[in-house]
Structure formats: structure tokens, C-alpha cells
Write a protein that binds this ligand. Structure first.
Ligand code: SF4
Ligand code: SF4
Ligand code: SF4
Ligand code: FES
Length: 903
């Protein structure tokens, strides 16, 4: 520690601390403009000057490190004079419109003018200035008004250091210096991804949210959690009355630490969109018009129908689906209603179609169905492996964190058929891009493990100490077979053997190596096998159980981890305990005062198939758009049409609601009270910024429905639901709303032994005891390219849209992605006579859709790619019924197709 004196006070701080930060530790706030806590010091504004005894001149305190014995004075007449002079210069070239400025009351320039005691501007306001510079209003969410810019570079540095997009620069020199987006082309046309980091960093009104310009400064704040993706960013909802003025990423948010992406930061308007349905509705037939009714009438209507179905067709003829968009508490009551009031286990979740193989694979190998690390852990990784995930689009705030580590020098291996942005982005180049053919994941993961085993790169000490010896020996004998070698698999995986060998060596020997994966791993007929293969790889290299390592599924939806934790699978009660386990079932039976069926219930695909056969007739669908998001749309819609009563609980009349008989209006995240659990197992509070616009919380509607079916269900509040979850789920035993309000957030397991939660799993031993290796035989999918369908279609998401687009299509985000586009390789396009912008017919053996094409070498020859955000494009019309062997997760990522030009 270094000791120095600041304004007569003795200060001890670590070496490398700036004078400005040292002063802050003793309560001295030095005036500043270009410095901010989230960015590296820059030293451009000179407002933070101080006097240092024995040193000439007035050094900037933000860039000057402390030295032993330094004597610093932050307030002297000379310092005050120079600071005032600096401010005079700024203000002499600044519009004098404070009273009408959008930032009035929230402007650092204004604050600093007060702090330095500015009373006059001796230079006057005449002469050259920047007061006529043109505004850039191209971005739909924020304005750039250069007349107010003080060229402090905070925006440029935020874009570089926090977001890593490098969209901004200071162009020209001296008096002509100005902030430019891209090649001086305006924010919308530039590479800017609208994360908002620059807006957040700007100390003036130069970069300002349009909503603030329109509505004025907010007058209250509610801390909550973004409802889009599995990163789970914390935000301050800043409001005026019940109107949101802006969403500001929370600096103390465990997952995001003050950062955001365009969706959470700006695309929240859907929550109060005019399309929302706010009152319950019913109809006898799906061809009838909807009839608005009271909550009581809607619930009685649905309960009467469901009871009648069960009387006539048996207890198992109804079931339901819970939503990963909803809170843990809302999901918990839905699965409880189905088990206790429906009397069966026909509960499934939308996680079925995304990460169900993760649950299966990680439970089998490690003993727990969740990712192993917190997001911060990536800062300790020396090698980062990204498999079948596109973090810059789908998990942008985590991607920004990952990119920071990559810019510091960590090596990157990308395993993906498509050249995702991470492969080549500013200051980042992947060391290896294993551009495999869709459907050959398991062959590639096996080949990586084969290299490690046959080249003797195993971590024997880890395996001996931590893993099950018998399973290891069996697996080792399998993986060492020549058929698993990179040379043998190259022919069908398309990955050059030498590249694969180099990647395997890097993973095993390059220091801490962490794997992050997405739906490109799970949504295959061998999705579960691939998750097992990833776990095998991490264990054989000993890359698990410490910072910078691990196996990390990047969860899609905001609460997909939570909805699985809450017992949404037909075979598992909350906490991943099998329904057939007598002891667990008895605990729930006693707590819920009901007998539970010990047999697992139906999965979504089984419910749909049985509906077509007439055995399954009623479904409760909480916040999921099955008709758009599930594969083989025609099969799904036929099954929905065949049912007697479909109850949809949602914000909007989505595609599925076209087949519904009862519509129960849901609540948007700004109205919810509860918790979401993100991809790092972090339980975040979701606090209501406004009362439910529908008059009822979703959990209240579900409780009333259960009660109408004859099983009385009642809670005082969402906090009481969490208390029940905690009392019945060991990994949640330390969780309550009060506790979360105290500590911010926790990663489960949160128990008496780990009251602050668990950052990293399996540190000393695996949850299941010893890590289990499992043989992962590669079995090619039955979905093959043929002469009729010679191309393979794979799908993914784009940054500005979210899943089936129900929310984002109702925001200005459509400016970036108004429709789904088909990416096709230049060679495949040329032989078909297709150019960028042309209409194309995409056909599979399941159906046809039309799209516009984009010719791009991001996809390899033989592969085409599209997103699935727009119902008009209906990408899932073409996807097939093939699914993962263990979990029925659909094989979205491989569909044999043909593409032809159409008018
Ligand atoms: S736009 Fe804001 S943050 Fe960027 S240089 Fe200008 S004043 Fe500074
Ligand atoms: S919004 Fe984000 S990406 Fe765009 S310029 Fe600002 S910091 Fe960069
Ligand atoms: S990264 Fe995900 S959680 Fe964070 S703001 Fe974006 S959409 Fe929301
Ligand atoms: S705050 Fe130190 S030079 Fe700007």
C-alpha cells in the first residue's frame, strides 16, 4: 500500500491508484468531466487538476498515479482559477439553453460549472463555435446533438472499452475535432449496435435518449431485470408516474455491471403497446369472434371445459406448457396447478425446444442441470471455445465481456458452420474456426477428445481425483478408436484434421479454457450426446471447477434456467427431482395436500401427437407461441385445431391464440413481481414498476383457475410463492425476496452452507460425486441432403430481434431487421441464378416459404441460414419432426432444403 496526504488527510491505497481515486476514498470528489468510473482515465478535459508539493505545474488527478509521501492539494486558489478557466472555455462554445435542455438536472457539465463556481464567461460567445452543427437523429432511440459536445471522448471510449464495437472516433484535429460514427455516416448507417453505452457515458445532452427529450427527466426509479435473454441484465426503470422514461443498466447488476444491449436498453415499448390485450376473452369455436368477459367468467369457462374433457376422456387428456418468459413464481404455480389440480404430470416447457439436452447432459455427467460458472469467470479464461452460439447477437452483454477478455489476449476457438461475427471483429481474430457441416457436432467433439487422449494431453491428476474411473476407462477406449480421429471424421464433418488437432491442443494446454455453447449444440437429433461430449472434453482436460474454465450453456430466454429449475418438465419436480422418487413426491404431497401421480407426464410433442389422435384435448399455454416457435408448423397448428379447449395466457394475440378458446391477458415484465434466473444461475429480482394493467397478476389468474378446478390455491403475494419454493427446493433454501433485496442477487445453490450463493460449481467435487464419462457415439441425423433437397438449412437469431419477434417487432428495432433473410453462399447462389435482394422459395419435404436472399460467404457452400423472427416468413414451416433422442428437443439446426428464385 502507498501512503500519501490529500488535503491534509493521510490516505493508504494500492500502487497504481490515481490521485482522483485515492481522494475519493477519503470523501474528496475532485471535479472532472472526461473521467468516469467505468472507463480508463484519459486526461483530456484538465478539470481535475491538483497541486502536488514539489512538482511543477498542475497534473491531472485522473491520470496521475499516487506515489509514496506525495502531498496533494485539491483546492487551492490557483487550482480553482484554472478549473474555472477551463469551464469558461467550454461554456463559451456551448448553447445557453440549460432551462430547455433535455439534460437539465442530469448534466455533468452543468454540475461541474456549479462545482467550480463559474460566474462569468470572460471570453464572450462570439467568434468561431460549434453551435450550428447538425443533429444526427438517425438512430431510432437516441439523438446526437454535436452543438452540446465537449469532445471528452467518453462515448468513443465506452464504445471501445465496454461494448467493443469501435463504431465511434474523434475525427479532425484541434478546434475541428468532432465525434463521428463509422466513416462519418451517422449512427444508423454505422457499425453501431445501439447498446447505449455511449449515451450512458455522455456527460452532456449530446447523446440523449429520445424518450427523455420527449418526456423530460424521470421522477422515480424501480430496479428490475430485463425480460429478453438469458444474460439477465439488471436495470433501473426510470419513470414519470407510471410511464417509463428510460431503462438504465444498473452499475451493480451482477450479470451486466452497468452494460446493456439494444433490446433491454431501448426495446421495452412492447410492454405498453396498444396491441396488448388487457381483458380476458372467450369463444366457443376458434372460428367465432372473441368475446370480452370478466376474469371470473373466463376462468369458469376454461375450468368447465377442462373438467368436462377429463370426465369424458380421462385425467390425462389435458396438460399445459409453462413459459421461460415468466417469473419463477409464475412458472411454479403453473406446474403446481397441473400436478395438483389437473392431477397429472402433463407439464412441459418451452425449454423443451431449446436447452432440454443441457439439462439431461449436464445432469448425467456432473450431477446438476446448469452452467458451471458466473459470467465474470470469463475474465480468467486463456482459451475461449464458442460452440453453436452467436453471443454478439443472442447474448450481447456477455459477448461484450467475452470480447474484452479476447482483446486482452485470450485465444478463441469457434465451432460453427457459419462465420459468426466473433470469428473476425475489431481487434479479435479466432485462432481456429472449425466450420463443421451442420449435424456433425458429435463427430467434431469426439475428434477433439480423441486428440487429447491419443496425444497424452489428459489431465490425469484431475481425472484420478475427481472422475469415475470405470466410466473413464470405457470412454477412453471408445474415444481412442481411429474412427474418432480428426483424419477419419474430416471427410463428413468438413473440418480439416490439422486445424482440429491444433484446436484440441490449445484447449488442453493453453491454460484455463472455458466452453460456451448455445442452441447450435442442443437443437439436433444428437443434442444430448453433444452436451455429454462437451462435458467429457472438459473433464478429460481438467477444465472445470475453477475460474476461467467450465461448461456454460448460454440460455436463450430470460428465465429458461428458472423455468427448468421450477419443475416444468413432466418427469421432474422443482429442483430436478424425479417424480417417481417416493421421498421427494411425499414431501410435495404433504406440502400441497394432494396425491401426486408418480408417472412422468407428456412432453409437448407427445401432447400434440395425441391431440391429432383425439386422446389429448385441452391445453393451458403460458406465454409461448407454439404455432410459431415449434418445428413443423403445420403439424402444430393441426394439433391445436383438433383440441376442444386451448387456453392461452399471453400479452398479445399471438399465432397460437388463433387456435385458442380462452385468452387470459398476461402481464409485461414492468408489471411483474418475482424473480428470473439467468444463465449463470443468478436469481434476480423483477420488481413491479407499475400495477398489472390487466387487473390481475398472472400467478393470481393461475391460482384462481386451479381453485375453479377444485384445488384451492392461494398466496398472499409472489414473495410467499418464493417462500414455498425455498421450503421445498434444497438449492433455493436460502432464497427469499427480503434476502434478494438485501444482497442484490444470488446464484443457486443458495443454502445455509453457501448463503451468498455459488459462483462456480463443482469446485471441490462434482455435485454427483465423481464426474461420469459417457460414450458418445456419433450417429448421423436421418435428415440428409438429397438430390431434391441438396442444401442444409440452419437457423439462428439476430441482435435486434428476439425469438418469434412478438415483443421486438412491436418496437423500433424493426428498422434493423424488418424481415427474415436467407443467407446463401455465392457459389450456391450463382448456380441458381440468385442475387442479393432476390425473392427465393425455400422448400423442404415439410413445406415452402418465401424469403429474400442475401449472398454471403458467412455460410459455407451447401449451407443456407435464416432467422425465425417474423411470422410472415414462418421459418418453422420447413423444419422437420426429427428431435433429440433423449429429450425430444427439435432438430431446428439441420433441414435439407432447396432454394429457387421466385418472382
Ligand atoms: S458526445 Fe458526449 S461523451 Fe461523446 S465526446 Fe461529446 S460530450 Fe463527450
Ligand atoms: S450505442 Fe453502443 S455500439 Fe453504438 S456507438 Fe454507442 S457505444 Fe458504440
Ligand atoms: S443482453 Fe439480454 S438481458 Fe441484457 S439487456 Fe440485452 S437482451 Fe436484456
Ligand atoms: S477528468 Fe481528468 S482530465 Fe478530465
Amino acid at each position: 500500500m502507498i501512503e500519501l496526504s490529500i488535503d491534509g488527510m493521510s490516505v493508504r491505497v494500492p500502487p497504481g491508484t490515481s490521485i482522483m481515486h485515492a481522494a475519493k476514498t477519503v470523501g474528496v470528489d475532485i471535479a472532472k468531466l472526461c473521467a468516469t468510473d467505468s472507463l480508463k482515465a484519459f486526461g483530456s478535459c484538465r478539470l481535475c487538476i491538483v497541486q502536488v508539493e514539489g512538482r511543477r505545474g498542475l497534473p491531472a488527478s485522473c491520470t496521475t498515479p499516487v506515489e509514496p509521501g506525495m502531498v496533494v492539494r485539491t483546492q487551492t486558489p490557483q487550482v480553482a482559477r484554472v478549473r474555472r478557466n477551463v469551464m469558461e472555455l467550454y461554456i463559451s462554445d456551448h448553447p445557453l439553453d440549460c432551462l430547455t435542455c433535455a439534460a437539465n438536472g442530469d448534466c455533468e457539465l452543468q454540475d461541474m460549472a456549479g462545482a467550480v463556481g463559474l460566474r462569468e464567461v470572460r471570453y464572450g460567445y462570439d467568434g468561431a463555435n460549434h453551435l450550428v452543427a447538425e443533429k444526427d437523429e438517425s438512430n431510432p432511440y437516441f439523438t446526437f446533438d454535436p452543438t452540446k459536445c465537449i469532445v471528452c471522448s467518453r462515448c468513443v471510449r465506452a464504445c471501445d472499452e465496454i461494448q467493443g464495437t469501435f463504431a465511434l472516433s474523434i475525427t479532425d484535429r484541434g478546434f475541428a475535432s468532432k465525434v463521428s460514427a463509422g466513416m462519418n455516416e451517422g449512427f444508423l448507417a454505422s457499425e453501431c449496435v445501439s447498446c447505449g453505452a455511449c449515451v450512458q457515458a455522455c456527460p452532456t445532452a449530446t447523446l440523449t435518449e429520445k424518450t427523455v427529450i420527449e418526456a423530460g427527466q424521470p421522477d422515480r426509479t424501480v430496479k428490475t431485470t430485463c425480460a429478453y435473454c438469458g444474460v439477465g441484465c439488471s436495470f433501473e426503470a426510470q419513470l414519470k408516474g407510471n410511464d417509463v422514461v428510460r431503462m438504465v443498466p444498473a452499475a451493480d447488476g451482477g450479470a451486466n455491471e452497468g452494460h446493456s444491449c439494444v433490446k433491454g436498453r431501448f426495446a421495452w415499448g412492447y410492454a405498453t403497446h396498444a396491441d396488448r390485450v388487457l381483458s380476458p376473452m372467450v369463444r366457443e369455436r376458434i372460428t367465432d369472434n372473441w368475446r370480452q368477459v370478466s376474469w371470473d367468467e373466463a376462468i369458469d369457462f376454461a375450468a368447465t371445459k377442462f373438467a368436462s374433457i377429463q370426465r369424458r376422456h380421462g385425467r390425462d387428456a389435458i396438460g399445459g406448457v409453462s413459459s421461460s418468459r415468466c417469473t419463477n413464481e409464475e412458472v411454479y404455480v403453473v406446474q403446481k396447478m397441473i400436478r395438483a389440480a389437473f392431477g397429472n404430470n402433463n407439464i412441459d416447457t418451452c425449454a423443451r425446444v431449446c436447452h432440454s439436452p443441457t439439462g439431461y447432459g449436464l445432469k448425467q455427467t456432473f450431477g446438476t442441470a446448469a452452467g458451471t460458472q458466473d459470467f465474470k469467470s470469463v475474465a480468467h479464461a486463456d482459451v475461449i471455445v464458442v460452440i453453436g452460439a452467436n453471443p454478439t447477437d443472442a447474448h450481447p452483454v456477455f459477448a461484450a465481456r467475452m470480447k474484452r477478455r479476447l482483446r486482452q489476449g485470450a485465444k478463441l476457438i469457434v465451432i460453427d458452420p457459419r462465420r459468426i461475427d466473433l470469428v473476425r471483429s475489431p481487434h479479435i481474430r479466432a485462432e481456429h474456426h472449425l466450420q463443421l457441416r451442420p449435424g456433425t457436432n458429435v463427430a467434431v467433439i469426439n475428434a477433439l477428445a480423441h486428440v487429447i487422449v491419443t496425444e497424452g494431453l489428459m489431465n490425469d491428476a484431475f481425472i484420478d481425483a475427481r472422475c469415475d474411473a470405470r466410466s473413464y476407462e470405457q470412454w477412453k477406449a471408445f474415444i481412442a478408436q481411429p474412427e474418432q480421429s480428426p483424419e477419419a471424421t474430416e471427410a463428413y464433418s468438413g473440418v480439416p484434421a490439422a486445424d482440429l488437432r491444433a484446436a484440441a491442443r490449445l484447449y488442453a494446454t493453453g491454460g484455463n479454457a472455458a466452453i460456451y455453447y448455445g442452441l447450435g449444440v442442443t437443437e439436433h437429433s444428437q443434442g444430448s450426446t453433444m452436451v455429454l461430449g462437451i462435458a467429457n472434453l472438459a473433464m478429460v482436460a481438467g477444465q472445470i471447477g475453477r475460474d476461467g474454465t467450465g461448461v456454460n450453456p448460454l440460455r436463450g430466454q430470460n428465465n429458461v434456467q428458472g423455468s427448468c429449475d421450477m419443475g416444468s418438465f413432466p418427469h421432474e419436480l422443482p429442483g430436478y427431482r424425479h417424480i417417481s422418487d417416493d421421498a421427494t413426491r411425499n414431501t410435495f404431497e404433504q406440502a400441497w395436500n394432494v396425491a401426486l401421480d408418480p408417472e412422468p407426464g407428456l412432453r409437448i410433442p407427445n401432447m400434440l401427437s395425441l391431440a391429432l389422435g383425439g386422446q389429448f384435448r385441452g391445453m393451458f399455454i403460458q406465454g409461448e407461441d407454439l404455432a410459431q416457435s415449434d418445428p413443423n408448423t403445420l403439424h402444430v397448428t393441426s394439433a391445436l385445431s383438433a383440441m376442444e379447449c386451448v387456453v392461452v395466457q399471453d400479452l398479445f394475440l399471438n399465432e397460437t391464440a388463433k387456435y385458442a378458446h380462452v385468452f387470459l391477458p398476461g402481464t409485461a415484465f414492468l408489471e411483474k413481481d418475482g424473480t428470473f434466473t439467468n444463465a449463470e444461475r443468478r436469481i434476480n429480482r423483477v420488481r413491479p414498476a407499475m400495477p398489472p394493467r390487466t387487473g390481475l397478476h398472472e400467478w393470481e389468474a393461475v391460482c384462481r383457475f386451479a381453485s375453479a378446478l377444485g384445488y384451492p390455491m392461494h398466496y398472499e403475494s409472489a414473495a410467499h410463492i418464493m417462500d414455498e419454493i425455498a421450503s421445498l427446493t434444497p438449492t433455493f433454501s436460502g432464497v427469499s425476496f427480503d434476502y434478494l433485496d438485501q444482497v442484490g442477487s444470488v446464484q443457486w445453490p443458495c443454502t445455509a452452507d453457501s448463503p451468498l450463493g455459488t459462483r462456480i460449481m463443482h469446485e471441490q467435487q462434482f455435485v454427483r460425486g465423481r464426474g461420469r464419462f459417457l460414450v458418445t457415439q456419433y450417429v448421423p441425423t436421418e435428415e440428409r441432403s438429397t438430390r431434391k433437397y441438396p442444401l442444409l438449412l440452419t437457423t439462428g437469431r439476430i441482435l435486434s430481434q428476439y425469438n418469434v419477434g412478438t415483443a421486438t417487432r412491436r418496437t423500433a428495432n424493426t428498422v434493423w431487421h424488418p424481415e427474415d433473410i436467407l443467407e446463401i453462399h455465392p457459389h450456391d447462389a450463382e448456380v441458381r441464378g440468385i442475387g442479393t435482394g432476390d425473392g427465393v422459395l425455400l422448400s423442404s419435404r415439410k413445406g415452402d416459404i418465401t424469403l429474400h436472399a442475401q449472398v454471403s460467404d458467412r455460410v459455407p457452400e451447401g449451407v443456407v441460414y435464416t432467422t425465425f423472427h417474423h411470422p410472415e416468413n414462418a421459418a418453422n414451416v420447413v423444419t422437420t419432426e426429427f428431435s433429440d433422442w433423449a429429450t425430444n428437443c427439435p432438430e431446428y439446426k439441420v433441414t435439407a432444403v432447396e432454394v429457387q428464385p421466385v418472382d
